[in-house]
Design a protein around this ligand. Sequence first.
Ligand code: NAD
Length: 537
Amino acid sequence: MTQVLTDASIEHSATIVEFPGGDHRVDPKRVARLARRVVAGPDAEQSVSICPMTGQPLATLPVSTPEDVTVAMSAARAAQRGWAALPVQRRAAVLLRFHDLVLEHESELMDLIQLEAGKARRHAFEEIADCAIVARHYGRRASAYLSDTRHLGALPVLTQTVEAHHPKGVVGIISPWNYPLSLAITDALPALVAGNAVVLRPDQKCRVTALAGMELLVEAGLPQDVVQIVLGPGGTTGQAVVEQADYVCFTGSTPTGRRIAETAARRLIGYSLELGGKNTMYIADDAHLDRAVEGAVRGCFSSAGQLCISAERLVVHERIHDAFVGRFIQAVEAMRIGTELRWGIDMGSLVGQEQLELVSAHVEDARAKGATVLTGGRARPDLGPFCYEPTVLEGVTPQMRCRDEETFGPVVSIYPVASDDEAVAIANDTDYGLNASVWTRDGRRGRELARRIHSGTVNVNEAYAAAWGSVGAPMGGMKDSGVGRRHGREGILKYTESQNIAVQRITGFGGLPGMSDQRFAALLNTSLKVMKMVRLP
Ligand code: NAD
């Protein structure tokens, strides 16, 4: 396949090399430099990753054994003490410098994201923006989030109570392949600024991007050893991280999340899990149709649907069904699909063969059981070995796999409804609860509908970016979509141990000198009544 190097990628041609036949590989010199950051022995097994855009080898990197993970943990633990001792403002300054570096190096990072994940450049840019937004937020707000909080003491005035926060120690981060920069880095940022060290184990498919992101963090001033990177299969290297970290942040599927939670529960360590979804987008009868169509195309097909918060169920009010579906199909059919390192492509490739097989199986199962394929429904090997057309189904029933299982691909099913109640019922008829989207011109109706949907984020008149990018507010899944939240106060305090320091002044709870227990109890009884009367919290 011939690939075209654009001005943007030529500018950073040190990052990638074009091989005969047009295949791109990450420059072996760059890979060798990044490989030095991987904790692995000199004789480590090497593993080759495949570029989804070409199906050809992309980069060769070492595999870390569970023993290497132990080495990484010790180094991280040793470095963490000095890092935590720095004033929070010093740690926050690293994030703010990282913000600038990510934006400065966006082109080179987007090349890597595209080459490893196969996505279109516009979707790679979302990862750049996400890193910058999260770095800015925690760079500016960490100090306030982490500062001591005064609380009303047990005995007002006499008890002075302060809530303090201490870093957990070493946070293990297991990140997936679908957002290789964003999900490897943005969960590490609040952990780091809170004074933790991090042991990162990125997915095997997207290791170079994660390494490049971490290299930028070090360039921004992060002490080398505070972040350790280990590479290798989830069942061995990943599992070893979960077995040894003081806290685990995992992003991936629900079955793997359950296994990680079992290990964490046995070890009595905290964890957060950002898992799968079966997200609904509802187009109400008063929706602005042009905006809804644009939002639906983005919401269903960003990163070829390999986005945990993308929509796989499109619920459409029957009054506008025909008008909306007609325009939506037209917009989907106009999408430019491709595997090139340039702007102007609307959807890229799936990440690999396994994902292609899963997506094809869901569509074939639906077709065989009577669903109508309104558009798409075919692999496109002419565009890339793992490309699949954006696909819209109608007539999907509970017997079909794609009704309830997460497809994690460019496949959406349309469900017509006669009322808002019916739409909410479909949105809630799933074990997942990650993201939802509601389109209506009536802001109040949108907010009311949002509260009725059991989902960690609900976007009104947006597909996913409004909630995702509002990083001061928590984001994460209800039900089988996860435990815990990223972003905002919750997204940083989860990486800390909170401590209650209460100082008792003058007299305490043992009674007053010379006062009987009975009289002291009577005094407390009266005091408690007064406290409620004066509306103390
Ligand atoms: P997966 O659960 O199969 O794997 C996720 C990662 O965990 C992989 O890198 C894997 O190697 C590793 N892993 C496997 N077993 C492990 C173990 N025992 N210990 C530690 N690590 C282990 O998921 P996937 O198919 O790679 O990713 C797609 C899934 O991720 C989808 O379900 C998607 O919805 C979900 N996801 C969720 C979010 C979110 O924020 N909620 C974001 C992106 C992806």
